[in-house]
Ligand binder design. Structure first.
Ligand SMILES: *Cc1c(COP(=O)(O)O)cnc(C)c1O
Length: 386
């Protein structure tokens, strides 16, 4: 029979405790989700600031919907690029001190577009081993050779840069999506410049959170367009809407508009979404939710330390609890569910084999008593699972 391997692959995944299943949310409000008629405190969302349900952002969305309709109606180069999209691009470019910005329907698409449109045979991508799958997948499928360096290991990055040929793109993340630690941006930028490579940052988890006005890792590390030539960020995490952007020189953006298939042949996200996203970014700059998030992170870290929990070193909203085995990670997640706490298990291949974990994410929506419940739950879980 044709495609017999589909069922075989699923059976293997099930046997290895690596099969993935979706959860159907019946409700989702104020940091609490309802699944199978049970309510859980949600510690797995990337809605770090609680902007997904912020009244001002929803109001902008509604105004956008009534004026521009539910969908963009076309790809950006046809009639899908509205004044809301342009205003958002201009605002992000201004905020990041970049010449121009291009919107994408997702971060996944943006990373694919960068690797496919910019890289040619003979070129090189030098990237951190722990880059997000959307980038690694794109890099593997691009015509360029891919050289990876050990996570945040500058020495190794330098070795790889020395081996690089052609136009070279050195890539890291502002905040790593599974470990929550920051990239070594200053050192990587220096190495890139020494090797005449461009430096790119995927700032999916930094944009909206880090930097004096929340504009992310580039603001926090004070990297100019000449130092970090490509900034990719997403709106689906701290910003609370969806979609993504690439920021850089006018030439880079004009080139992508002409060559990036993921941009040219895809319907633009709605004007309403662009309008809501702009409102969200303006609110980020006010800072209230960011400060609450940072307080929550410090509060969690203090409690976790006092209980000696195996949390990886991280100052971000992402606080990984290392377990090291996929079956145990699932059991831990299940145990926490019994206590009304929703914390997803992350297994290989999303994280390296043997580093299966609970990925705890904190949000400005959490109150101290929620974090108390989480730490009590983790402590009980540890006793039970071992
Ligand atoms: C989420 C994420 C992406 C993908 O962004 P989407 O908009 O969700 O497609 C890319 N890179 C990193 C580091 C991410 O965490």
């Amino acid at each position: 029979m044709a495609f017999d391997h589909l069922q075989d692959a699923l059976t293997i995944l099930s046997n290895d405790n690596l099969r993935r299943r979706r959860t159907i949310l019946q409700d989702d409000y104020d940091g609490v989700i309802k699944v199978d008629c049970q309510h859980y405190l949600n510690f797995s969302s990337n809605d770090y600031l609680g902007h997904r349900q912020h009244q001002d952002i929803l109001q902008s969305y509604v105004e956008g919907l009534s004026r521009y309709g539910a969908g963009a109606g076309a790809s950006p180069l046809v009639t899908g690029h509205s004044q809301c999209h342009q205003a958002l691009e201009d605002h992000v470019a201004d905020s990041l001190n970049r010449e121009a910005v291009l919107l994408f329907s997702s971060g996944f698409a943006a990373n694919q577009a960068i690797c496919q449109a910019l890289m040619y045979d003979g070129d090189t991508i030098v990237s951190d081993k722990l880059m997000h799958a959307s980038f690694i997948d794109a890099a593997i499928h691009s015509p360029a050779q891919l050289l990876r360096f050990k996570h945040n290991d500058i020495e190794h990055a330098n070795q790889q840069l020395t081996k690089a040929s052609g136009n070279t793109l050195c890539v890291s993340e502002g905040v790593f999506s599974m470990d929550g630690d920051k990239g070594e941006l200053a050192a990587l930028q220096t190495s890139s410049a020494q090797h005449n490579a461009w430096f790119m940052l995927d700032d999916a988890h930094g944009f909206g959170v880090l930097g004096e006005t929340g504009m992310g890792s580039v603001e926090a590390a004070n990297l100019s367009q000449d130092q970090c030539q490509i900034v990719m960020g997403t709106f689906g995490k701290a910003i609370g809407t969806g979609g993504a952007f690439v920021a850089g020189s006018q030439v880079l953006i004009d080139y992508l508009i002409n060559k990036a298939k993921h941009y040219i042949y895809s319907t633009a996200f709605s004007a309403a979404q662009a309008k809501a996203t702009l409102t969200s970014i303006e609110l980020v700059k006010n800072g209230g939710a960011r400060h609450k998030l940072h307080d929550n992170i410090q509060y969690f870290k203090t409690l976790a330390k006092a209980r000696d929990l195996p949390i990886l070193e991280s100052d971000s909203a992402i606080q990984p609890y290392l377990i090291g085995d996929p079956a145990k990670a699932l059991a831990a997640s299940e145990c926490l569910k019994q206590l009304g706490l929703w914390v997803n298990a992350i297994r290989s291949p999303t994280v390296p084999k043997g580093s299966d974990r609970l990925r705890i994410t904190l949000s400005a929506l959490h109150q101290e008593k929620d974090i108390d419940a989480l730490v009590d739950g983790l402590t009980m879980m540890r006793t039970k699972i071992g």
